[in-house]
Design a protein around this ligand. Structure first.
Ligand code: FEO
Length: 383
């Protein structure tokens, strides 16, 4: 339990046992399921926590309230990492009302049945709820990350309760910067919904925000403008980093040799280069950087008349998230019928504003003078 302002408390929990968040994202530093409590004349709790942390969460509430009961549970998001304890909360505090929008309660019925129907306070865009000395304003944020998501603004303390937005992987007691794991979280989980995030940023732009209380990661209390600017870049599919990211697969090391050559030549020209072996890096890491660099080189082999599986999966992931606005270079390797370049171009043909480099590198088994010269041309073109 941590006090954020005079009246606002963090009552969330840290999950250090989780292996994969959403059963797919590695979280080496754990995961935070945040929850907040405002103690005004009325008491409001924001969102519950994941199902394994019921006792710890109730104990955090009791540490602040003792035997008093909260008046409201404000439900900003129905995904189970935040909603799992709604029924437990409702049973423990039978006088508390549940605050959400129409979609919130539709999902609540799907998860929990209709037993809580008479406890609902249904709110719409811009509606307010008074807690006594402050009013909370509800702002709908559909598809950031589910259709029912809403965020809440407390104009007294100038706090935005932002649901999943501005969250990151990692427990709150992890000593790491917000940026890298916030980017991997955003691109991985919300990245497909850039337009909807832009809509939320537009609504938030008229608010004076001093703190952001997300459902994951730390309470953001400084450099709010910079954090919002990162979200603006990511959600508009803009270029965050200068340089080149090379995402590749290599079966026996020959494609890797071409990558090393390209990397060294670009680095010698002063270009920042990041490389990811897609068979040995979790895809969420490479995918996040494919959306942060403006120039992406893809290198892979022809395999079963297709492309090597980790590259195929990687392309599916970036397409799914609206990959666009990038320059793409290609290195292909094939011993008798190289066609990876053709397949990659076909895979990305429906992505918006992709410029393919004219110089494709074609390796037939191993680098030779001809393919080395192609690497030189690709270097010049990328620069
Ligand atoms: Fe943290 Fe979309 O739930």
């Amino acid at each position: 339990m941590k006090r954020i302002t005079n009246d606002i408390y963090h009552i969330g929990v840290n999950d250090r046992n989780i292996d994969l968040f959403e059963s797919q994202y590695p979280v080496p530093n754990g995961m935070a399921y945040n929850s907040y409590l405002i103690k005004d004349e009325k008491v409001a709790v924001f969102d519950t926590v994941e199902r394994h942390f019921t006792d710890e969460w109730f104990s955090n509430i009791e540490e602040i309230l003792g035997d008093f009961a909260p008046d409201y549970l404000i439900i900003q998001h129905m995904e189970p990492d935040h909603s799992a304890n709604i029924m437990n909360f409702a049973n423990k505090y039978p006088t508390a009302k549940l605050v959400g929008n129409a979609k919130t309660f539709k999902f609540m019925e799907q998860f929990f049945g209709d037993a809580l129907a008479d406890r609902q306070v249904v709110v719409k865009e811009g509606e307010t709820l008074s807690l006594g000395s402050r009013e909370l304003t509800f702002i709908m944020a559909p598809m950031v990350h589910w259709p029912e998501v809403m965020v809440t603004y407390d104009s007294k303390d100038k706090v935005l309760f932002s649901a999943d937005a501005f969250g990151k992987f990692g427990a709150t007691d992890t000593d790491e910067e917000w940026l890298d794991e916030a980017r991997r979280y955003y691109i991985g989980i919300v990245g497909k919904y850039g337009m909807q995030v832009q809509a939320l940023l537009k609504k938030a732009s008229v608010l004076e925000i001093e703190k952001i209380c997300s459902l994951h990661g730390p309470v953001l209390e400084s450099e709010i403008d910079k954090v919002i600017e990162k979200y603006n870049i990511w959600s508009s599919y803009g270029v965050e980093k200068d340089g080149v990211v090379i995402c590749y697969t290599s079966v026996y090391g020959h494609t890797q040799e071409a990558i090393n050559l390209l990397r060294d030549k670009l680095s010698a020209k002063g270009i920042e280069v990041k490389t990811y072996d897609l068979a040995r890096t979790h895809k969420s890491v490479a995918v996040a950087d494919a959306f942060s660099y403006g120039k992406v080189v893809l290198a892979t082999t022809t395999y079963n008349n297709e492309i090597f599986p980790p590259m195929r999966e990687f392309l599916a992931e970036i397409k799914e998230r609206g990959f666009q606005n990038r320059t793409v270079g290609i290195i292909e390797n094939g011993s008798w019928a190289p066609q990876a370049a053709k397949i990659i171009k076909a895979e990305l043909e429906n992505c918006k504003n992709i410029t393919f480099c004219e110089n494709t590198v074609t390796i037939k088994s191993a680098l030779n003078d001809e393919s080395r010269a192609q690497v030189d041309k690709l270097v010049e073109e990328v620069i």
